[in-house]
Write a protein that binds this ligand. Structure first.
Ligand code: FRU
Length: 929
């Protein structure tokens, strides 16, 4: 919560700083964009002469005050056609305003009108078009200029004289207007005449040529009016050539400081009419038009005559103006520089401010991250400490466990040592007793059982001690080089008897004749004994055990394989097969969980490996691989002398005795075969336990046995015993599965079942009871408790009988097996009732209609009704006869027929034996009463 709050605050700080940055940067951007930019197209008819250059300079100077105005400039070089094209291209390029000085009026009029009609403002400067469709005009009054020039010459020539007029371009408006103004000034002075007119097209050279051509002399003309100063200079040069001394008055137009003014000052020409370019005024007017400010359409510029009387003054003025312009230029240059510096500083400032803001933001982020980092480091540190503590605790606990298990193991080993002597002392006299032929058979059987189990105990004790020696005392092997085949054969010999008794096909296959292998004979024999003993334990009679020995030259190993086709192991058991004390399922439950662990330890001491592969119900295969040669052994692990192979008798006894079946088993079975009132089926895979129970219960009950779940099921259906005792853990179907099947089958549902197992957990008991087993007894059990339970369950059948035959059906749930039994009895009674009149009716008819065998039917009826079927049928016939005699008016022979007796005499005999009177006597008694 606190963390989230902090995050929100820091996010707000960043947001605020960014806003600040925005506020700082945005106004700058805004001020730059506030003035709209415009493009002015300026089409000049000619650009090379000084007057036009001055015009352009003036424009540029004025534009420098308006940076938002951009100028596109074209120069048509005295060509009207070129100028039209240039203007058209400007219009295409979307200019905002057009300034034009048309070369000639007529050719340029249409394009100017077109621009004007498109809505583009047009400023006509100096020269005009033939139309009034323009936005503004800037320029001096050329008619006025012509007029002033005329008046000046009238005065200078004392109203008498001849004049040569050198005119500009014929189609351009100043030519036309200046000429008209000049005429107008002279028309009232008849003694002044224009004797010659030539077109100089505004150019020096052309004027000089034209004047040259006419070859005038001072006698013929007194004065020249040239329409500009350039042509005045050209005329001067031509006239000078022809009349070097004569003084002809020459006047021009424009009065530019470096041209006209200079010519006047140097007496080249006599006067010049000031003709301002209007560049500055044109830009000012354009600015007003574009910014929608007030402007005048006609902007007529002033003119004045400059001659020797005022030329100096004018020159001074113009010099001053020029120097002021230069100052302005310089100021502007500086301004630009300042602006540049300002811009650079502005950029620098922006960068600085942005950097500062970013630095603050990053510092904030860095501080926040640092803080978080510090906190998470703190958290990690405390977590680390916690883990370290836990680790230490675990280490302590594991050391403690190790100590405890070592102590436990030590205890077991010590106890084992203690056990070994008494067990051996028990064993010796016991063997003598077993060998005593005088003892009764039952005593002998008990002694054999004791003997087997003492040996089993001794074997476990020995294995425990061996294991301890290897594991904790780091016992070393004492290996010698031996013939492995001879060694194995000798061990196999110990199992020969058992193999032949149980018809097990035991074979040794080898690719080698005499493979010499280094091993400790006193240890390795235990491994082989253990593997073979296991193979025999879990292989059924008539099975197969195969021992294979083969060399792997490449790996320099020898492989000893012990394979059987016995009950096999589950995948889970295979995984744990070599674990100490592992007893996962029935396979291991026959052993102590020590033998295979010990074998593995012994093989590892030999630097070999042992592994197992197995498939449930298919068989098991153990494979040992031992290295060949003695390179893998240390010197102290090798015996100097090879001992003679002498298989330890004790080992033979320890590993083979409990595989041996009781030799008197068959006789014993016969001895018990007396027909008994009630029968029991015992299902148990431990043959000793089976024999024990059989022996203890055979006196009272007929005993059937089975050693697997499936065998038990088969026997139950086949024999229909009065009670079943079954182990829970069985090869094949478990005892609980078996109980479930039997209780759900009409043929066996009535049979009480006792489940017997070594597992005593309450869940397992509950599971057993859920299967409808009638009792659950855990091993080790008290025999008396078992026999009492058997008795009780069998006695209870009488109670059951009354339950089944009573008409009352309880409201509570009846277990499935009892429901089945009730249905069976209903069916059975129904069949009997409907067949009472059938004299051929017998057990076969019932067994066929119910669908179970005669024996099953017989046993079931016996169990549920405690009578045999024939008696039951006879009884029902007699009861019906009694009823008919009492309630129906029928003759004896009719009743005889209706209750299924073949003859009246037989009916009478049977009736009498039951009711102590003949049917006729019974009828009579009833009639009289
Ligand atoms: C310059 C010029 C000037 C003259 C004007 C007339 O090109 O010839 O000398 O006054 O044009 O348009």
């Amino acid at each position: 919560m606190k963390k989230k709050y902090k995050e929100i605050i820091s996010f707000r700080i960043y947001y605020f700083l960014l806003l600040l940055l925005g506020f700082y940067i945005l106004p700058g951007c805004k001020s730059k964009n506030s003035k709209r930019e415009y493009t002015i197209g300026f089409s000049q008819c000619v650009g090379s002469d000084q007057w036009r250059k001055t015009m352009l300079e003036e424009m540029k100077r004025e534009l420098s005050f308006h940076p938002e105005l951009k100028l596109i400039y074209t120069n048509a070089e005295n060509s009207s056609a070129t100028q039209v094209q240039q203007v058209r291209s400007m219009l295409r390029n979307k200019i905002d305003l057009l300034i034009i000085s048309p070369n000639e009026a007529r050719p340029l009029t249409p394009i100017v009108e077109e621009a004007f009609s498109q809505g583009i403002p047009v400023i006509v400067i100096d020269r005009k078009t033939s139309s009034s469709l323009y936005t503004a005009y800037v320029g001096a009054d050329n008619f006025e200029i012509g007029k002033i020039a005329g008046a000046y010459l009238v005065n200078k020539l004392d109203e008498k004289g001849s004049i040569l007029e050198v005119m500009g371009l014929s189609g351009s408006s100043p030519t036309i207007e200046r000429q008209r103004g000049f005429y107008h000034a002279l028309k009232n002075y008849p003694n002044i005449r224009i004797v010659k007119q030539v077109y100089g097209n505004w150019l020096i050279n052309e004027a000089e040529n034209e004047v040259n051509k006419i070859g005038v002399s001072s006698k013929q003309i007194d004065a020249v009016f040239a329409h500009n100063d350039q042509m005045a200079l050209g005329s001067y040069r031509a006239l000078k050539r022809h009349n070097p001394t004569n003084k002809i008055k020459i006047i021009g137009v424009d009065a530019l400081p470096d041209n006209g003014l200079k010519y006047v000052a140097n007496n080249i020409i006599d006067a010049s009419m000031l003709y301002p370019t209007g560049g500055k005024e044109a830009i000012r007017t354009a600015f007003s038009i574009l910014n929608k400010e007030h402007f005048d359409k006609e902007n007529i510029l002033k003119t004045v005559v400059i001659d020797s009387s005022n030329v100096q003054l004018m020159k001074m003025q113009s010099d001053k103006i020029s120097s002021q312009y230069r100052d302005i230029g310089r100021q502007q240059g500086r301004l630009k520089e300042q602006e540049k510096i300002f811009n650079n500083q502005q950029i620098l400032l922006n960068v600085l401010v942005i950097s500062l803001v970013l630095a603050i933001v990053f510092a904030g982020v860095a501080f926040y991250s640092l803080n978080e980092n510090w906190k998470s480091n703190k958290r990690l540190e405390s977590k680390n400490q916690e883990i370290q503590q836990q680790q230490n605790q675990l280490l302590e606990m594991s050391a403690e466990t190790k100590r405890a298990s070592e102590a436990k193991f030590n205890f077991f080993t010590n106890i084992s040592h203690e056990f070994r002597t008494p067990l051996t002392l028990i064993l010796v006299p016991l063997e003598e007793l077993v060998a005593d032929t005088k003892l009764p058979l039952t005593v002998k059987q008990h002694l054999r059982l004791i003997n087997k189990n003492v040996i089993r105990l001794l074997r476990m004790v020995n294995q425990l001690i061996d294991f301890r020696k290897i594991e904790y005392d780091k016992m070393k092997i004492r290996a010698s080089e031996n013939d492995l085949i001879a060694f194995t054969t000798e061990i196999l010999d110990s199992f020969k008897d058992i193999a032949s008794k149980r018809n097990i096909d035991m074979r040794l296959n080898s690719t080698e004749k005499k493979p010499m292998v280094w091993f400790d004979v006193n240890m390795f024999d235990k491994v082989l004994f253990n593997l073979l003993s296991n193979a025999f334990k879990f292989t059924n009679d008539n099975g197969r055990i195969l021992i294979t020995i083969q060399k792997d030259e490449e790996k320099k190993e020898i492989e000893i394989k012990v394979e059987d086709n016995g009950v096999g192991m589950t995948e889970e058991s295979v995984l744990h097969a070599f674990e100490l004390f592992y007893q996962g399922e029935s396979y291991q439950s026959k052993g102590s969980g020590l033998g295979l662990s010990l074998s593995k330890e012994i093989i590892q001491l030999h630097k070999g490996v042992i592994d197992v592969s197995s498939k449930k119900w298919k068989g098991t295969s153990f494979c040992i691989r031992l290295p060949l040669g003695d390179a893998h052994l240390q010197e102290e692990e090798k015996l100097a002398r090879t001992p003679e192979i002498n298989i330890n008798y004790d080992n033979i006894k320890l590993y083979t005795s409990d595989l041996d079946q009781d030799p008197s088993k068959e006789d014993q079975a016969l001895a018990f075969e007396n027909i008994k009132e009630q029968s029991l089926l015992i299902i148990e895979d431990n043959s000793d336990m089976l024999d024990f129970l059989k022996q203890k219960l055979a006196n009272e009950y007929e005993i059937f046995t089975a050693s697997t779940g499936n065998g038990g099921l088969h026997e139950a259906f086949e024999r229909v015993p009065d009670l079943i005792i079954s182990d829970v853990v069985l090869p094949g179907q478990s005892g609980t599965d078996l109980a479930r099947v039997l209780k759900n089958d009409v043929r066996t549902s009535h049979i009480p079942i006792i489940l017997l197992t070594a597992r005593g957990s309450s869940e397992q008991q509950l599971e057993g009871i859920k299967t409808l087993a009638d009792a659950y007894i855990t091993k080790p059990f008290n025999l008396q408790h078992l026999t009492e339970t058997i008795k009780n369950l069998l006695d209870n059948r009488n109670l059951l009988k009354s339950h089944y035959t009573s008409e009352y059906q309880g409201e509570g749930k009846i277990p499935v097996s009892k429901k089945l039994d009730k249905k069976f009895l209903n069916d059975f009674a129904g069949i009997v009732e409907s067949n009472l009149g059938n004299e051929n009716f017998n057990v076969d008819v019932i067994s066929k209609s119910i669908g179970i065998s005669r024996v099953q039917l017989y046993r079931k009826v016996k169990a549920l009704l405690e009578c045999n079927i024939t008696d039951y049928i006879l009884n029902r016939r007699l009861q019906k006869a009694k009823y008919l005699l009492m309630n129906e008016d029928l003759s004896i022979s009719e009743i005889t027929y209706q209750v299924g007796f073949s003859s009246a005499t037989y009916f009478s005999t049977v009736f009498k034996s039951k009711y102590n009177c003949t049917p006729s006597e019974f009828k009579r008694k009833k009639d009289t009463s």
